[in-house]
Write a protein of this length. Sequence first.
Length: 239
Amino acid sequence: MTRDAAEVEAGPEAIRAARTSWRRRQIVEAATRLMEEQGFHDMLVSSLAREAGISVGTVYQYVNSKEGILLAVLEDVLDTYASEVPAAMAGLADPVERLAAGFLSYCRVIDAHRMAAVLAYRESHSLGREDLQRVIALEVATTGLLTAELEAGRAAGALRPHDPELVGWNLTMLAHMWALKHRHLGAYLDVDAYGRAQLSAVLCGLVVDAQRERYAALLEGPGSVAGPLAAPESLDGAR
């Protein structure tokens, strides 16, 4: 079926929704690139329009201000967390396995949106109070997915007594670190090896002795990882 035929079959509402999503995607991707290169305050809407291949007027059809562009970039990655992390956990009954699946998915979302993740740290202070509170609420909701499984694991006796809120935010920061320190870590790790190594480090201190065999694969992590300090030759690849 051709694209035109598919649009006719989908109906006008679906067509408009698809086109809106596609156009917002253009704007978000162009804005992410420009803000990463120039910073939020130095980015001109005219430059964004040129980068996206659209007019300035078209930009303002989808966002109502320059701050709205920044919000759209941040919401894009946060909305992706909200859809992909629960999807990765679906179908798993064991809370520790759900925690592992959710964290690894979180890391993969970060990997796919590394520039946006860095921008969240660098530029979110430029948002208005209401928009900033929205971004914070979305991030809290994502961390809450991990916190819930930590609580469930503790209640089931699989995890030692701990503060699920604190550990949940620790895991969030570890996922973010893949973007923040990617120049260093990406020189010798891929995102899956990184996620498994971090998960192993956290779970080794949490899983009770009686359950360590059950979760052996998660506790072992990705195996031996030779980082730059252990293997100086790997530094050549980072130059």
